[in-house]
Design a protein around this ligand. Structure first.
Ligand code: SAH
Length: 240
């Protein structure tokens, strides 16, 4: 992921540069290049980066796109409008699948255009691929930092999709088939004791209970609760 640089060309609003830095940092990316930003450095960029100022501080500023991508083997241009250019157009996921197949030593640039006018034809000519975020055809232009976020997220999802906060229920202790059998015999015994199950005429009660609890994906804690309820039912609530 370190070899993937995001290049913002001719950004007008410094706030968008800060928001782009934040979007990148949240997804573990930090390689930011700026080509002729209109106002930079800027307090507004730093404010909008809100904590991603390290990404801003290490951003390299260039006089031209040519300079920003000079050492890159693969250059992808982000375009909201699909011009009739002889350049292959892919969606972000397709682009990243392609990037993942490149050697680790490849330097890759993803180039974003100006807020009002996007990338010029001359700049697009320097791109081997165009990436289009498939958006609403009647309203397809994302805010610059939002487009950066979409790409950064797709990169993160392809390279490292692991969730960093604990998943709810992750500490559930699994039970096995033997535990379930023990539960079912406890059910059978208790339901007989309390007169709910007639051993002379059991019908399909135990089979239905099995179906119910087999579906339930019980964990050990839940299993213990059920055993506790059965014990309490058997003793008329004396043994909680
Ligand atoms: N009005 C400009 C778009 C400006 S949005 C135009 O029509 O070209 C600023 C930049 O965000 C674009 O240059 C492009 O790099 C990126 N972007 C916005 N929406 C996008 C989309 N749907 N697909 C790909 N890139 C997009």
């Amino acid at each position: 992921m370190k070899n993937i640089r995001f290049v913002l060309v001719g950004t007008t609003h410094p706030g968008n540069i800060g928001a782009a830095a934040r979007a990148m940092k949240t997804m573990g990316l930090s390689n930011l290049h700026l080509v002729q930003p209109k106002h930079y450095p800027s307090a507004e960029a730093t404010a909008r980066a809100s904590g991603a100022d390290d990404v801003l501080a290490s951003a390299q500023v260039h006089d031209s796109l040519a300079e920003a991508i000079a050492d890159c083997q693969h250059v992808y241009g982000m375009s909201a409008r699909l011009r009739h250019l002889p350049v292959p157009v892919v969606n972000p996921r397709e682009a990243i699948t392609h990037i993942q197949q490149l050697p680790d030593t490849s330097e890759i640039a993803i180039v974003f255009g100006r807020e009002h006018s996007g990338l010029s034809n001359e700049e697009l000519d320097r791109c081997q691929y165009l990436i289009n975020i498939p958006a609403n055809p009647d309203y397809s232009s994302l805010n610059l930092a939002a487009a950066v976020q979409v790409l950064a997220y797709e990169i993160k999802m392809s390279f490292d999709p692991s969730i960093t906060v604990g998943r709810i229920g992750e500490d559930r202790e699994a039970i096995d088939a033997g535990d379930l059998e023990h539960l079912y015999s406890h059910f059978e015994q208790t339901l007989t004791t309390i007169g709910f199950l007639d051993p002379e005429n059991p019908r399909n009660l135990m089979r239905r209970l099995r179906r119910l609890y087999n579906r339930a994906d019980l964990d050990r804690n839940e299993l213990q609760i059920l055993h506790g309820i059965l014990r309490a039912a058997e003793t008329g609530g004396q043994d909680k």
